[in-house]
Design a protein around this ligand. Structure first.
Ligand SMILES: [Zn+2]
Length: 374
């Protein structure tokens, strides 16, 4: 099977984030087993979806992880020219949901496996494919927790998110949470008997707005755009009718943090303002939605030098999107981003990848393999 055949199979598994993924994970596991890799499926606590970890070469020696996610965002946009889950080739472009983000990388890695297994690898190459990345990196923490029993501590992780095959050393961290305020319903003519959840939320919302304004004053990290941490209210919902005292209001918030700042800590002032309403009789709920830390690989790290050699260009300092790389780094393993395709095509109708981009990625992985050979 070449990289196109593999991508064709991968795209055909819808594998939308938040859904069971036994079909795609099972197919990849058997592909790898048939080609001599050691494979383990690592079911997550949900019970119906798994991470996949595979090793080519000796697992007890430090090697490299190629990291990707098997899930994709939904493809409900009406603008798709053809079925998003059927790979369609038109000249150099291969269209389908996930071609760029990031089944193209998975396909290139899988297509390189026969070449890797032929080499006598002195250092192993591992594949770490996660689930539910697109709903806030929910799958990969369970894989990272199991790494110490799966392999010697790796020298580095290459996260194959679309970066135009240019390595990237940094991104911001992120935390998202839902704030829920419960009041007491009633007829709007008797506000004295109820507790208006929307009015209460106004207080928390204004805390979010002033925190956002405050963050724009710094601290700054000039490699990012914008150069400061940020916060926004993204979704607000509550109320049923203009003459009913609303008994519930929810607010979804996210914060993006420069390296050195804990993204969850940026949301804390909003949570505190909401909790200050409790003595008035409101019930306040706070549910973390997702979080991942910032990535900041030093310019002089060995992994940065390796990627400079493999790609022929110095790694970029930062990108604006987040990845699982920050979670690997937080676990003490150097991580860097490098994958095929342009992030600008991701999460959009008619997502595509170029045949050349897949070939370049497969070549990079094969060159990495040659460097790991005895
Ligand atoms: Zn992705």
């Amino acid at each position: 099977m070449d990289v196109f055949d593999i991508l064709d199979r991968l795209v055909a598994f819808a594998s939308v984030a938040g859904e069971p993924n036994g079909d795609i994970a099972g197919w990849i596991a058997s592909y790898l087993k048939e080609r001599g890799a050691k494979v383990i499926l690592l079911p997550g606590p949900e019970g119906d979806r798994s991470n996949l970890f595979a090793t080519i070469g000796p697992a007890d020696v430090p090697g490299y992880i190629l990291s990707g996610h098997m899930d994709v965002v939904p493809a409900g946009e009406p603008q798709w020219t053809s079925d998003p889950f059927t790979l369609r080739r038109q000249d150099e472009r291969l269209y389908g949901r996930g071609t760029t983000d990031m089944k193209g990388f998975l396909a290139a890695a899988l297509a390189a496996v026969p070449a890797l297994t032929k080499l006598r690898l002195a250092r192993p190459i591992h594949l770490a494919f996660s689930y539910d990345e697109e709903v806030g990196c929910r799958g990969v923490p369970h894989l990272i927790a199991r790494l110490p029993e799966l392999c010697a501590k790796p020298l580095g992780v290459i996260v194959g998110e679309p970066s135009g095959m240019r390595a990237v050393r940094g991104h911001k961290g992120k935390a998202a949470a839902r704030l829920t305020i419960h009041g007491r319903p009633g007829h709007s003519s008797r506000p004295d008997l109820g507790l208006n959840a929307i009015h209460a939320m106004a207080s928390a919302l204004s805390a979010a707005v002033s925190e956002a304004e405050q963050l724009a004053q710094g601290p700054f990290d000039p490699i990012f755009e914008p150069a400061y941490s940020s916060l926004q209210a993204g979704v607000i919902a509550g109320g049923q009718s203009v003459n009913i005292i609303p008994d519930i209001c929810t607010l979804d918030l996210e914060a993006r943090a420069i390296p050195g700042v804990d993204p969850a800590s940026l949301l804390a002032p909003v949570k505190a303002r909401a909790e200050a309403l409790v003595p008035q009789g409101y019930v306040v709920g706070w549910t973390p939605i997702s979080a991942y830390p910032a990535l900041s690989l030093p310019r002089d790290a060995a992994l940065a030098a390796l990627l400079c050699e493999l790609t022929g260009e110095a790694p970029l300092a930062a990108v604006s999107y987040g990845t699982e790389a920050g979670l690997y780094q937080a676990a003490g393993i150097d991580a860097i981003i490098c994958g095929p395709g342009d992030i600008g095509r991701a999460h959009k109708p008619d997502e595509y990848i170029l045949a050349d981009e897949l070939a370049a990625c497969q070549r990079m992985i094969e060159v990495l393999g040659a460097r790991c050979a005895a």
